[in-house]
Write a protein that binds this ligand. Sequence first.
Ligand SMILES: [Zn+2]
Length: 266
Amino acid sequence: MRIHAIPVLSDNYVWLIEGDQGQCAVVDPGEAAPVLAEIERRDLTLKAILLTHHHADHCQGVAGLRARFPVPVYGPALEAKTWVTHPLANLETFDLPHIGRFQAWHTPGHTLGHISLISNGAAFVGDTLFSAGCGRLFEGSPEQMLASLDRLSSLPDATMIYCGHEYTADSLRFAHFAEPNNESIIQRIREVNEARAAGLPSVPTSMSLEKQINPFLRIREPSLRAAILKHARSESLSDADAFWTLRCWKDEFDDLPLLPRHAQNH
Ligand SMILES: [Zn+2]
């Protein structure tokens, strides 16, 4: 299984999963034309479309792809709109011959039905987890999102994490602000700046790296927890409240007028 990033829209990634015998699947096609071009360039045949959640920037290429390749569409059972032909319940598995076996994990928070797709050392996490960040809570509660992130954290450290957006540089600015003494964050900022300057994606990332740099996976680290408590002017917070404080803190940070504003940073 070889996985390629296809940048679409302003900062989305469609993940092209190339299997054997020229067969492939795509995850979260927010646009059809660049995906069809990449499939053609690699001389592949599309066998399936996988969706993590219902937002248009992850789905609106489905019709265009299916006009050319009338393939099944696997997506969250709780968000099974017209384009999902194979709704996936939590922990449901499915096989794509010559590509791989996938398992759906229900990871609500960004949306209520959001799933992550786990396969052979790879996790396609949509807008649940970003490198050094996490999705905004459009539909779910802090408790749900924290449980989803904890669940993803239970994946083996070597698991590669395929995120839905190129948000890493923005996310790292806040991560560094919240944890100024975290050397791993400083190192990651350097590496991401180099990668982006060379026109390369900053993702996939690995679970082991995220555990070192992602504040939303680190709310139980004593030094970060102390910073969250200080920000909340509180002496103690539940894990869910600490997570929510951190999420709001990042939103405030992103909205500071002296910093570049990134309206689509969700
Ligand atoms: Zn989304």
